[in-house]
Design a protein around this ligand. Sequence first.
Ligand SMILES: [Zn+2]
Ligand SMILES: [Zn+2]
Length: 223
Amino acid sequence: MKLHVHRLRIDLHLHTHYSEDGRTTLEEAIQYAKEKQLDGIAITDHDTVQGALKLTKRKDLIVVPGIEVSSRHGHILGLNITEPIHPKLDITETVEKIRSLGGVAVIAHPSVAIKTGMGTTIPSGLGIDAVEVINASAFPFSLSTYLSRRLAQRLRLPETAGSDSHYPLEIGSAYTIIDADSNRDDIMEAIRKGKTEPAGKPISWTRRLERGSQNIRKWLGGH
Ligand SMILES: [Zn+2]
Ligand SMILES: [Zn+2]
């Protein structure tokens, strides 16, 4: 008899207004994820778990608490993390810390030049659990996806995807299809074992332009 597995669609990289540059409220994160028919989201704010912790008891959507750590060597996603991890540690220390807390360590947007990417020269043997191969906010998208996938293949690591959304409309533009039961432990185990399939598209040009103008308004002190 074939064992039943769910193909869960989870956006594994999402920011809320608990990130300095995030505009999505916690309620909007839930609401838009449901509208996009996702099974779940990971809340991965920059260097804080404050927002994520407020959503872990939700029953209407899978919410994986997480963090995007600004390590000295780039951004690292810690999934299944419920306490803050010090930024500015090196990659090995950051990965070790995530794993010692029971989390899954994912290299975020490794090849994005204009963001804080880790670079595609990462050696193997650092204890990294997975590589974010599709990041909907990455630019240039196709090149970034290609280089990230090559890194994942070279390191023989599972591949994930996430929107890296900072605004509600971007939620779910990329997501990871995970073969797991809908509980957090099973999902983490499935990611570690590579039962994942990255999916998604880049965020639209209209969204990018809107993001740009919102940032300019912010710099000018408006809203
Ligand atoms: Zn990042
Ligand atoms: Zn991010």
